[in-house]
Design a protein around this ligand. Structure first.
Ligand SMILES: [Zn+2]
Length: 376
């Protein structure tokens, strides 16, 4: 009996040992694991949608005030990312967007550069160089931290004129946002709008016409300036986001046989958080969800588009307090700055399987490259 027990014990130890070795130091959601474990169909197009400052509570409040439903509920693959930056537990929008664009954590304020301030190529630049078309649609200035982190390389986010100059170095096919003055009323006297036109862009501005009245020439590159500085809030009458998303997808899908990379940012959910203004947060959130609906409509017909919806960080330490109802949010804020909580990631379409789990914000870059086949 004793020998048999020993033998069984030995067998148990031997059979357990390989398993234990294999699991040591291996995080189930790390990239090496994901590459081997997850099978997916590669998408042709990627649309990355960033709700700046959009934590779980911002989504929840928008959902309740929108009849307790959102287009976002159609997404089946959901993950969480760790948003902190290389030098601060609480990231800013520059380091947050740069983590998505270059796949490295960097310091707060960095635009498309690593933590030592060195240039790193962005996913948008890599897609452009690989033959994909590219676009940016934002409700901030086009030189603001989030969009800038996809095409510019500057050590500080405040260098908006240098950031504007960087836009000329990347062949972005379609862009819509504010910030016109950084292009045509500059300290160096240059008129970059004229330079953009010389480079083959059809540029129009809010001074000429509303976005909805612009006729887009499919044979040129396209740029629209929606404001001299920052565009209005949705409540103040800014209404181009959904239309610009539709135009961008229509335009970019015909631009390259290879596909396209489009980054869409709802910038002002964050500004509502900074202002501790719940109504500002929810009206921007609901508009962003309408843009998500428009993108889903395109992707369902297209069948080859991966949509990723996430945020760079939460803003405001926003909470929905007791005495709230489905129609009334009784809000509280812990700060007028950003916070460090985990941030949701929603994925839909071919490659969506890559986005479940808990991972670093930089993994979103790795997963997008993997989806496009750029990691080979
Ligand atoms: Zn932000």
């Amino acid at each position: 009996m004793k020998k048999t027990t020993l033998f069984l014990l030995l067998l148990l130890v031997l059979s357990c040992h390989p398993k234990q070795t294999a699991s040591v130091g291996e995080h189930p959601q790390d990239e090496a694991g994901a590459k081997e474990a997850i099978k997916f169909t590669p998408p042709k197009n990627i649309i990355l949608m960033i709700g700046d400052g959009m934590g779980i509570t911002q989504i929840t409040a928008g959902m309740y005030l929108n009849g307790n439903q959102l287009n976002l509920e159609q997404f089946k693959y959901i993950g969480l990312h760790k948003s902190y930056s290389s030098d601060n537990q609480v990231t800013d929008s520059a380091a947050g967007a740069t983590a998505f664009s270059i796949g490295q954590k960097t310091y707060n304020g960095a635009i498309g550069v690593d933590k030592k301030g060195r240039l790193a190529h962005t996913i948008l630049e890599e897609a452009e160089n690989g033959g994909w078309a590219s676009g940016l649609v934002v409700t901030s200035s086009i030189t603001h931290a989030t969009p800038a982190s996809f095409y510019a390389h500057q050590k500080k986010r405040e260098m908006t004129e240098e950031i504007a100059t960087d836009l000329l170095n990347v062949d972005i096919d379609f862009f819509v946002g504010g910030g016109k003055k950084n292009f045509d009323r500059r300290k160096d006297g240059q008129n970059l709008i004229e330079t953009l036109r010389q480079k083959g862009y059809a540029i129009s501005t809010f001074l000429d016409q509303d976005f909805k009245d612009v006729i887009i020439d499919p044979n040129k590159k396209f740029g629209y300036f929606a404001a001299d500085e920052e565009p209005l809030s949705n409540a103040q009458g800014r209404d181009y986001l959904v239309a610009a998303c539709r135009s961008a997808m229509e335009f970019l899908s015909k631009k390259s046989d290879k596909g396209f990379f489009l980054m869409i940012e709802s910038a002002q959910i964050e500004w509502g958080g900074h202002a501790n203004d719940s109504k500002y947060v929810t009206s921007e959130m609901i508009e962003f969800d309408q843009a998500i609906g428009a993108v889903l409509d395109f992707a369902k017909l297209d069948g080859e588009t991966l949509i990723i919806v996430t945020a760079d960080h939460e803003a405001g330490g926003y909470a929905i307090n007791a005495t709230s109802t489905m129609d009334t949010i009784v809000a509280a804020f812990t700060t007028d700055k950003h916070t460090a909580s985990l941030i949701p990631v929603f994925a839909w379409g071919p490659g969506e399987e890559l986005f479940g789990g808990i991972y670093q914000n930089t993994s979103i870059y790795d997963k997008m490259r993997m989806a496009l086949g750029l990691n080979k």
